[in-house]
Design a protein around this ligand. Structure first.
Ligand code: SF4
Length: 737
């Protein structure tokens, strides 16, 4: 039996796995005891990975051969790789020639490896010259990115997992860590068992498994987080719990923020958030790190302040106020000096396994490689030189369309081609009516995907089968900036015509080579002459040198000794676990910015016609659209079918009992589900998991018959700063079906 060291492909914890294989068959998976993210632990999803790779399941779900259709009335037909790649390049060249490069959009994924992301980005911006490349990380992390950049100066998580071992207070906001990042939650459990004095505050409208273990659960009204942050800061100022010395030495903007939060007294905040004033005071005191018995009115020196680490995720990010929610929380850390030392700081948890890798290579509408700025001519010139672009050939200078905007533009006919890689927008984006109109409207849809069961496959003009977990080489970066190797344990399965799926980077490079021969010259030599994933990664590494994420000192050879955190410049002996310990931030003047962003209510408020707030989220044992986890029977033991969770009193008032079918209706659509009473959901709120919706119909355009899942309902409103959609608050009504 062969054992291959790799990384779990599910969530941003980034656990190390040992894949056991015999020949071309995966027979088992164990946690890697030497991986610093998990020390051998795996959750239910990670520990059943090998089951999803069993040949019988693969045969039923995998795309094994390129497929192509010349007209949309016909189902796609199996074809050779050469024919599919030639056709893709020819159709894209034709569209670029007729409509210009801006007619092409790329929608990629935080599931891709860094190498895949890098080549797709180079293909889009470098060769075609379209600014329109965005990632499903837009649905995951973009509010955190903008929050970090606007306050601390860089898209860099300043903390690490080890900080859980040093924190006195862990403040979890908008994250059901127990289900979404289970191995990290177990680490929190272990740290708490060692130090029972640790306090845990959970901010979440629902009493989740995470909230149920909190010392203080702030079950706020959905969407009112910014009101809460400002109310806590108001109390910290009133009681003298802020760190005035730290603010004076390392920040700017406090005066304006202080003036703003004067308008957020605890009585108002308690009323709007639906919380008790006493709980607000307790939360403010614990967050600020005030030891029990500390005398009132006596300034608290930094050395005696207890340490607060905040963990946060989609509850903050997926919001029309996503950036303001991130900024407001970071404001609290800065105001109390709760940053830059072990056990203290803001820690945004990445949802997907490589959401951070996509940010590193710049494969998002608003970014450029190596954390560069797309609007900065010098930044563009550096990447143009790295890619060998001809003198005078520039990269697009403006930001591209973000995820929701891209599909709206396609629905309006402004985009003519969509290339969708490793993501399933026909299930996961909000407002599915618009998404499906977009997929019908564009002239040419390329879907690069491992699983035939991804709903979006039904709209593909070309299906390019991708290698998946355990079949390809590359790297991912987890939530704590740690780069781990992903390794091939087995070859991809063979296709009916011979060679089966390819690694994503190789597919993009093969189209790129063909397309480069068809388009007017933009580069001196071949832009895509990569033989291995390592060659791609080495080019990416060069793009980071001198940047905040500098990995010039890393190599694939060094990663053989174990995963490493960035930055890791040439000459470093190890990566840096924690940032800003010297009090100098990544802004031009080294000072962090406190930003005074007022509270704004959710984009679509509840009213008489739509009186419930719909919250969406993950279940413990499923992943995204279930293309992989949905094939493993045991993972349905936790939740066998989708349902809508409602408060028992709301159900009683509506005359509903457990299991009754209800129609959940929003301004955009409706779905029918069984209702389930749950005291963990607040009054006039409901919760529906994100995983169900859509089914593969053999490539036919029977989209009206497809089950659309919860995103038939969700609102396409986005945060004006991050453009992240508001998946955590939609006004709906509930009717007996
Ligand atoms: Fe995989 Fe995340 Fe579970 Fe770790 S916690 S095993 S990375 S799904």
């Amino acid at each position: 039996m062969r054992v291959t060291r790799s990384t779990c492909p599910y969530c941003g914890v980034g656990c190390g796995v040992l894949i056991e294989s015999r020949g071309a068959r995966i027979v088992g998976v164990r946690g890697d005891p030497d991986h610093p993210a998990n020390h051998g632990r795996l959750c239910t999803k990670g520990s059943t990975l090998h089951l999803s790779a069993e040949p019988s399941r693969q045969a039923a779900t995998r795309l094994l051969q390129p497929m192509l259709r010349h007209d949309r009335a016909s189902p796609p037909a199996t074809t050779s790789w050469d024919a599919a790649l030639d056709h893709t390049a020819q159709r894209l060249a034709d569209i670029v020639q007729r409509h210009g490069p801006q007619a092409v959009g790329f929608y990629v994924s935080g599931q891709l490896l860094t190498e895949d992301y890098y080549v797709l980005h180079k293909l889009a911006r470098g060769l075609i010259g379209t600014p329109h490349i965005d990632s499903n990380s837009r649905l995951c992390m973009s509010s955190a990115v903008v929050g970090y950049k606007q306050t601390l100066g860089a898209d860099a998580v300043p903390t690490c997992y080890e900080d859980l071992d040093h924190a006195d207070c862990v403040f979890i906001a908008g994250s059901n860590t127990a289900w979404a990042h289970p191995v990290l939650f177990r680490r929190l459990d272990a740290a708490r068992a060692r130090r029972p004095s640790m306090r845990v505050i959970v901010v979440d409208p629902r009493r989740t498994d995470t909230a149920s273990v909190a010392d203080l659960h702030l079950a706020l009204q959905p969407g009112t987080d910014v009101m809460l942050w400002h109310g806590l800061l108001h109390l910290m100022i009133r009681h003298g719990w802020i760190d005035a010395d730290y603010l004076a030495a390392h920040t700017q903007g406090f005066a304006e923020l202080r003036a703003l939060v004067q308008d957020y007294p605890p009585e108002l905040v308690a009323q709007v958030c639906g919380l008790q004033p006493d709980d607000l005071l307790t939360a403010a005191r614990w967050f600020a790190g005030v030891p029990d018995g500390w005398p009132a009115g006596v300034a608290l020196p930094r050395a005696q302040r207890l340490r607060t680490l905040s963990l946060y995720c989609q509850g903050l990010n997926q919001s029309s106020s996503g950036t303001a929610k991130n900024v407001g929380l970071i404001n609290l850390h800065l105001a109390c000096g709760q940053i830059g030392r072990a056990g203290a700081g803001p820690f945004s948890l990445t949802g997907q396994p490589n959401a951070m890798g996509g940010r590193e290579v710049g494969a998002m509408a608003t970014l450029l490689s190596g954390h560069r700025d797309i609007a900065n001519p010098r930044d563009r010139a550096e990447i143009a030189a790295l890619w060998g672009l001809l003198p005078g050939v520039d990269l697009p200078a403006q930001a591209g369309l973000t995820a929701v905007e891209m599909f709206e533009a396609a629905a309006q006919g402004r985009l003519k081609a969509l290339w969708i890689a490793c993501t399933n927008p026909a299930q996961s984006l909000p407002d599915q009516t618009t998404v499906r109109r977009a997929l019908r409207q564009v002239e040419f849809v390329v879907v690069q995907e491992a699983y035939a069961t991804a709903t979006t496959c039904a709209w593909a003009d070309v299906l390019l089968p991708a290698a998946t977990w355990a079949e390809k080489e590359g790297t991912v970066t987890n939530s704590e900036r740690r780069i781990s190797r992903v390794r091939a344990a087995v070859p991809p399965p063979a296709g009916p015509l011979g060679e089966g799926p390819w690694p994503d980077w190789r597919i993009a490079a093969a189209v790129g080579q063909r397309l480069q021969a068809l388009l007017p010259p933009r580069a001196g030599g071949s832009m895509f002459a990569y033989a291995t994933a390592e060659e791609v990664w080495n080019e990416h590494r060069r793009s980071t040198i001198g940047r905040d994420l500098d990995i010039g000192g890393l190599s694939y050879a060094l990663l053989e000794h174990g995963p490493q955190q960035w930055p890791y410049p040439v000459g470093a002996a190890q990566g840096r676990p924690r940032l800003y310990e010297d009090g100098r931030f990544a802004t031009a003047d080294g000072r962090a910015r406190l930003l005074a962003l007022p509270y704004e209510s959710p984009a679509e408020e509840r009213d008489e016609r739509y009186p419930y707030a719909l919250l969406t989220g993950r279940l413990r044992d499923q992943w995204h659209g279930m293309t992989r986890t949905g094939t493993v029977e045991s993972l349905f033991g936790h939740a066998a079918e989708p349902c809508v969770d409602l408060h028992p009193q709301d159900m009683a008032e509506a005359g509903l009992t457990d299991g009754d079918l209800v129609r959940v209706r929003s301004r955009r659509g409706q779905i029918v589900l069984p209702a389930r009473p749950s005291p963990d959901v607040g009054r006039r709120q409901c919760f529906i998991p994100m995983h169900w919706g859509g089914e593969y119909l053999g490539g036919l355009h029977a989209d009206e018959g497809l089950a659309r899942g919860v995103n038939a309902l969700t609102v396409p409103a986005t945060c004006p700063r991050s453009r992240q959609p508001e998946l955590k608050h939609t006004a709906v009504r509930i009717e007996a079906a």
